[in-house]
Design a protein around this ligand. Structure first.
Ligand code: 4GO
Length: 250
């Protein structure tokens, strides 16, 4: 998957490009990440990248010409590198809320150009002219779009085939098939008297699968009942959830 990033602080993205699953995916070429910095398009002596808001008010906005030049170069590069027109995304609290389904859509869609804002944001005409979709990682305000951009890129990149070593692990993750994750255990078998559930030591893969599904359903019922609304459970799932509820509140 090809992803272009427009940001005044490209070095922040080393958290993605040099570490972990995404770092390996970049190294293996499963993910191509390229960067454009609006400051590189500044022609004045002070390399200005911000500008004052019409109508007054606190703070500055990203300067239109340097931002647009960076977006345009990223878009052109996307078309050359992939033969496809990219989807240009801007991160802001005004955007569509990112969830696992949205991450899946982004992962299976066209190449992305992700624009990270700074200051108080960007001129609305840049949103209208150059941004295809606005996305938000949650209802809170951050000092820059870089962290939300990295969250979005990580969530999408790990769903790109071949990025996760063990493909199944993406499927068993939380929010895969829309349920919360089940509890996980590793050595030792006893931690201060707390033992691993026996079923997980039994080697009975069917029983283990059912136990994990029951725990996912039960946890979702307890912590995020909203995720179960409007969802039809199959016979096995309904049975397991009823068992969980029975044991929880006998
Ligand atoms: N909730 C979010 O996804 C989000 C995105 C960007 C941002 N701040 C940016 C937006 C314009 C300047 C800083 N804050 C929050």
């Amino acid at each position: 998957m090809w992803i272009g990033v427009v940001s005044l602080f490209p070095e922040m993205f080393e958290a993605l490009t040099r570490q972990g699953v995404t770092g390996r995916a970049v190294e293996k070429g499963r993910i191509d990440l390229e960067f454009w910095n609006p400051r590189d398009y500044a022609t004045d002596r002070h390399r200005t990248v911000d500008d004052r808001p019409y109508g007054g008010g606190p703070g500055m906005l990203m300067k239109v010409d340097t931002l647009r030049a960076a977006i345009h170069d990223a878009r052109s590069r996307a078309e050359i590198a992939t033969g496809q027109r990219p989807k240009v995304i801007y991160l802001s609290p005004q955007g569509r809320r990112l969830d696992q389904r949205g991450a899946g859509e982004l992962a299976s869609g066209p190449p992305l150009v992700v624009v990270a804002g700074r200051y108080e944001g960007i001129d609305e005409r840049v949103v209208e002219a150059d941004i295809d979709e606005e996305w938000s990682i949650g209802d809170y305000v951050l000092s820059g779009g870089e962290l939300p951009a990295m969250v979005l890129i990580d969530a999408a990149a790990r769903l790109v085939p071949g990025v996760l070593g063990h493909q199944d692990s993406a499927l068993e993750d939380s929010f895969n098939d829309g349920l919360l994750d089940c509890p996980h255990y590793t050595r030792p078998e006893d931690v201060e008297g707390r033992r691993v559930p026996e079923v997980l030591l039994s080697g009975h893969h069917g029983a283990i699968r059912r136990w994990r599904l029951k725990q996912s359903l039960g946890r979702t019922w307890l912590r995020r009942p909203d995720l179960l609304e409007g969802r039809t459970l199959n016979d096995e799932q309904r049975e397991l959830l009823e068992e969980f509820i029975e044991e929880y509140a006998p």
